[in-house]
Design a protein around this ligand. Structure first.
Ligand code: 4NP
Length: 158
């Protein structure tokens, strides 16, 4: 079966979406589902293109046994709407921007991450201006969301 291609999108692609990418990949690997998903991340803004994730996201991932230090920031592109099956924005602002740039007919691939994963119309808040503790809360939110997302994808595949 072809893998489901998932793109996580936030504003800068250095805090939330690369952490979500690392968490989903790690959970899928641990559950033996690595061949069933393909995951990437991007930002709606271009300030951090080529940059590694924020050191606080790298650190919280590392504390949970996940290495995201090799990821590099990139900006979401029109071609992503062809290359991915699901484009999941971390917050409603990201979703709004994605809808503005989506080529005609492809905006059905866009959803708010936690709405898709957990049926909760809730943002993953931007932690950029917050302290270290916000990154642990971010991690917990992403881990719960990614775990639900995998279960949901499994449901839909069967
Ligand atoms: P992210 O957080 O969207 O979760 O990657 C941010 C990172 C950088 C900026 C904003 C949000 N920034 O303005 O540079």
């Amino acid at each position: 079966m072809k893998p489901v291609r998932i793109l996580f999108v936030c504003l800068g692609n250095i805090c939330r979406s690369p952490l979500a990418e690392g968490v989903l990949r790690a959970l899928a690997t641990r559950q033996g589902l690595a061949s069933q998903i393909l995951v990437d991340s991007a930002g709606t803004g271009g300030w951090h293109v080529g940059d590694p994730p924020d050191r606080r996201s790298i650190a919280v991932a590392r504390r949970h046994g996940i290495d995201i230090s090799g990821l590099r920031g990139r900006k979401v592109a029109k071609a992503d709407f062809d290359s991915f099956d699901l484009i999941l924005g971390m917050d409603s602002e990201n979703v709004k921007t994605l809808r503005q740039i989506a080529p005609a007919g492809l905006d059905g691939k866009i959803a708010l991450f936690l709405a898709y994963a957990e049926d909760r119309d809730r943002d993953v808040p931007d932690p950029y201006y917050d302290g270290e503790e916000a990154f642990e809360r971010l991690y917990q939110m992403l881990e719960a969301g990614c775990s639900s997302l995998l279960a949901r994808l499994d449901e839909r595949a069967s």
